[in-house]
Design a protein around this ligand. Structure first.
Ligand SMILES: C[S@@+](CC[C@H](N)C(=O)[O-])C[C@H]1O[C@@H](n2cnc3c(N)ncnc32)[C@H](O)[C@@H]1O
Length: 362
């Protein structure tokens, strides 16, 4: 990596709320970045060099070049003039667009652009008012000949207002960052790849580890665990299964060759005792079952079986909505809770927990 260019602006990433610390870890460790600020769903950072490697971050949904940011929104109408002024005066738009084009070359023909405004919380103004002020502030900074389009714009300027904080910048990523190109088969309960990538990082599997997803669905978690290992220069053995044929075959399409997939019940796995180093699981949430009351019994039987196949000192990373139903059997098996994150998935609050099975006593 070359030394930090003084004209390089800070960047920010949008992340699934709850995963900020995991994204910050990826930015620091994998890109050598420095995290400047974390807010709900937003990580502001600097990297030694702004280049295409930013788009290879796996735990973030989107990456932006920061034009300006503030913690000083009043949520009253006076903010609107501040938004216009900061946009007009506080950002070096020519530099931001130059960097954007160096990473995402301009398409042939006229460059199209688009402005996006996101707003959370009660305010004395509407989202469209904020957008109008953003557009006013951008006057003279975006070439006059660039057409504004609704879809597939070559350049997107985003303004995100969240409580008293705002960030405004140029989007570097496109939707392929969050959706991934490998994901050809989808299902409604399929996990967001960025959440699966966070689970893979939290699992901390080393070279040649055997990784199991007992409720694999479309295989997102295994795909991310394999990709993480590859990015670190080693391989892992991935095994997965699901009760549904449709899931097993969908996972086969998404994962392609090299992964052992089977139709099975995660409560009775056709696997040898203590043969697995890491379990990464996103079992069904109560609302996905015909009778949500089944959850405590289902998780109890799953944990019993996972404890059998997991090696001593192995780890389990599990995402569930009904965390108590998981905690009780995990503690009963002697598993030690290592980390817990509250995340929002599929519009629902869930807990991502990391567990360690105790080492074999001497
Ligand atoms: C929340 S989804 C997993 C989604 C998956 N992580 C993905 O990205 O597609 C839960 C999965 O568990 C499966 N499942 C439910 N009960 C199971 C059981 N007893 N054994 C194995 N899989 C089960 C469901 O068929 C479903 O595919």
């Amino acid at each position: 990596m070359k030394a930090a260019d003084r004209s390089d602006p800070p960047c920010y990433a949008m992340v699934v709320p709850g995963l900020e610390s995991v994204a910050a870890d990826e930015i620091t460790r994998d890109l050598g970045g420095t995290v400047r600020k974390i807010d709900r769903g937003i990580v502001i950072f600097r990297v030694p060099h702004i280049g295409p490697e930013l788009l290879r971050l796996r735990t973030v949904e989107d990456v932006f070049l920061l034009a300006w940011g503030t913690d000083a929104l009043t949520r009253r109408a006076a903010d609107l003039e501040s938004i216009r002024k900061w946009t007009a005066r506080d950002a070096d738009w020519a530099n931001l667009l130059r960097i954007h084009h160096s990473i995402r070359p301009k398409p042939a023909g006229k460059t199209s652009w688009h402005a996006v405004t996101q707003m959370q919380g009660e305010r004395g103004y509407r989202r469209t008012d904020a957008r109008d002020k953003l557009l006013e502030g951008l006057t003279g900074h975006i070439p006059a000949g660039w057409p504004i389009v609704d879809d597939n714009a070559a350049v997107e300027v985003w303004l995100t207002l969240q409580d008293s904080m705002a960030v405004c910048g140029v989007r570097l990523s496109d939707s392929s960052m969050r959706h991934r190109t490998y994901k050809q088969e989808h299902r409604p309960a399929s996990l967001r790849p960025t959440v699966a990538a966070a689970m893979a990082r939290l699992a901390g599997a080393g070279p040649d580890a055997v990784i199991l997803d007992p409720c694999c669905g479309m295989g997102t978690i295994l795909a991310e665990a394999i990709a993480l290992a590859r990015s670190r220069g080693f391989t892992v053995t991935a095994i997965g299964g699901d009760t549904e044929w449709g899931a097993v075959s969908g996972a086969g399409v998404n994962l392609r060759r090299g992964v052992g997939l089977a139709r099975w019940d995660a409560r009775e796995l056709p696997l040898a005792t203590e043969c697995v180093d890491r379990i990464l699981a996103n079992p069904p949430f109560g609302k996905q079952l015909s009778t949500p009351e089944e959850v405590p019994g289902l998780y109890r039987d799953m944990v019993r079986e996972w404890d059998r196949v997991l090696r001593p000192d192995g780890r389990a990373v599990v995402l569930v909505a009904e965390h108590d139903a998981l905690t009780r059997p995990a503690l009963a098996r002697g598993w030690v809770g290592v980390r817990q994150l509250r995340v929002r998935v599929l519009g629902q609050l869930a807990t991502l927990s990391v567990w360690r099975k105790p080492p074999r006593s001497a």
